[in-house]
Design a protein around this ligand. Sequence first.
Ligand code: PMP
Length: 437
Amino acid sequence: NVAPNDLSAFWMPFTANRQFKKAPRMFVAAKDMHYTTSDGRQVLDGTAGLWCVNAGHARPKIVEAIGKQAGELDYAPAFQMGHPKAFELANRLVDLTPDGLDHVLFTNSGSESVETALKVALAYHRVKGEGSRTRLIGRERAYHGVNFGGISVGGIVTNRKMFGTLLTGVDHMPHTHNLAENAFSRGLPEHGADLADELERIVTLHDASTIAAVIVEPVAGSTGVLIPPPGYLKRLREITKKHGILLIFDEVITGYGRLGTPFGADYFGVTPDIMVTAKGLTNGVIPMGAVMVSAEIHDTFMQGPEHLIEFFHGYTYSGNPVASAAALATLDTYKEEGLLTRGAELAKAWEDALHSLKGLPHVIDIRNIGLVGAIELEPIAGSPTKRAFSAFLKAYEQGLLVRTTGDIIALSPPLIITESQIDEIVSTLSGILKTLE
Ligand code: PMP
């Protein structure tokens, strides 16, 4: 169980991985809240893998369901044929998601779910005879995966700039009026509705009849835990409804209990027309995504035979039996252990623990919602070196996995975390922050 010597064949195109190749950090096993490293150490998982292992690692029910399904029916074609587990899962998801989201399209990842949602939105307007609605609106600093649709509507300029061809007709709403007063980061309540009104400005600029959909993460995770100010999502819902624009929530991170409610839509009391999910759907064990759509969207497609021509979409692995079985066992586990609301029960302890780090050197902001947290550190003036990355390396050495994005340390532990493990995370980070240069 040692790391292989030759790491050259696996291309991981992220800068930090150059460093990784010199000093590889490998996990070889995982159980519940902990990873085991290739040098035999235990590492507390402060990030649920990549925001996905919500029920903790190697949960017996999920492992067993996968093995059983693989031995029983490993694969069934996704076209013309079906199998019971995908239908059962679709029904379960309709029951679990907010009322009004009544149909499910299966995918294999968050990026594919985003792509699917954007295609559904564009095709929906065409099938309805509103083919002029071709524009899409995303938000600055949004992350919607790495496929072309996702990087086009996503708000990360560096993820787009390498590629000449992207979706055209995309606008990005600002996530703040003023970076010095970042309403998302610092939760300035008075900015909620007027920030959302930036959408009105874009709508007026282009004319509502040209706009197909608006896509937002209820809480942006990967770009540093950006929590919308109160009233923001409600106002987006009002504006989109008024203009016949579809509202898409990308719940790849916020779905399946992360905020202490089943979905972000539940937390904020706002139901979108399309909801994009993945990650926690199968507890991260098997790639799978699910896109929930309203009955109105589904029924519009089903009105005539032309939907078959207008909307060709589906993947070889859509609703794969083994993935479906994993998702069903995951949903059972969440239910049996009350994990979809566990984040709400722990929210206060989580908040108190994180905010005890306030005032430590370089800490300029601490944010939390459900079982998500962010510690924003002061950038090192004139240097690309990030203190957060140094903190990540130290934490790993000391047996804690955190995630960093720019100057932000992000946390999103499995929902099975105990209060004493929360204290462990915070005391490890506290020690590190005190000594960080
Ligand atoms: N949307 C959001 C909001 C995400 O956070 C992510 C992944 N972090 C994605 C989409 C892409 O998911 P995947 O990596 O499974 O393609």
